[in-house]
Ligand binder design. Structure first.
Ligand SMILES: CC(C)(COP(=O)(O)OP(=O)(O)OC[C@H]1O[C@@H](n2cnc3c(N)ncnc32)[C@H](O)[C@@H]1OP(=O)(O)O)[C@@H](O)C(=O)NCCC(=O)NCCS
Length: 163
């Protein structure tokens, strides 16, 4: 049984999330910069509505995050949502934390009227576990842009429709 709370990200979670992003070994420095830019907008622009960031952590005020998810309504669409980032501490992967975070993002999107979730990922072999994770959670590859990230590295666009 997971004994984790989901709570809005706070300023003091930023260092631990940055560490998790680096420790996964899955993201380039440029990608980590983008992830941190979204975090910065979320933390420092209180009027923004594009990004929601939630962390999973042990109950208690000072518990560091075991993982986080960043999602939000896709600008200029009617009720489409994007899952921009999800990452779990490598020492704690495979325990259901990613599923918990994803389910929260989906439910919250539905609560806000969402009808379609989009997730983009790379086709590279190192992302196979991530692809399996999305597929196990009801996502299908709806589009593939060949050579998008780099020659031989396609962009996979996963979708899940909420009925
Ligand atoms: C992808 C990620 C968020 C999944 O989180 P997690 O906590 O490890 O996943 P969970 O334990 O919740 O797994 C949920 C389901 O996915 C499956 N799954 C998870 N990791 C898997 C793996 N490596 N291989 C195959 N299936 C996997 C599990 O079997 C589980 O299904 P089940 O309960 O039906 O068996 C996490 O592994 C991660 O941070 N990866 C690195 C960063 C990344 O790739 N992020 C996404 C790109 S933005």
């Amino acid at each position: 049984m997971l004994n984790l709370d989901l709570r809005p990200m706070r300023e003091k979670d930023a260092a631990a999330i940055d560490r998790i992003l680096r420790q996964t070994g899955m993201f380039t420095p440029a990608e980590i910069d983008v992830a941190n830019e979204l975090i910065d907008i979320y933390l420092h622009k209180p009027d923004q509505k594009d990004y929601v960031i939630v962390v999973a952590a042990e109950p208690g005020v000072d518990a560091p995050p075991a993982g986080y998810v960043c999602f939000g309504p896709t600008p200029a669409t009617e009720a489409t949502f994007d899952l921009y980032w999800i990452a779990v501490d490598p020492a704690r992967q495979g325990q259901g934390i990613g599923r918990l975070l994803l389910a929260y993002a989906e439910q919250e999107s539905v609560n806000q009227g969402g009808r379609l979730m989009i997730i983009e990922t790379s086709s590279k072999a190192m992302y196979l576990p991530t692809q399996k994770f999305y597929e196990r959670n009801g996502y299908v590859v709806e589009a593939r842009i060949r050579d998008f990230y780099a020659p031989g590295d396609d962009r996979l666009i996963y979708t899940r429709r909420f009925s």
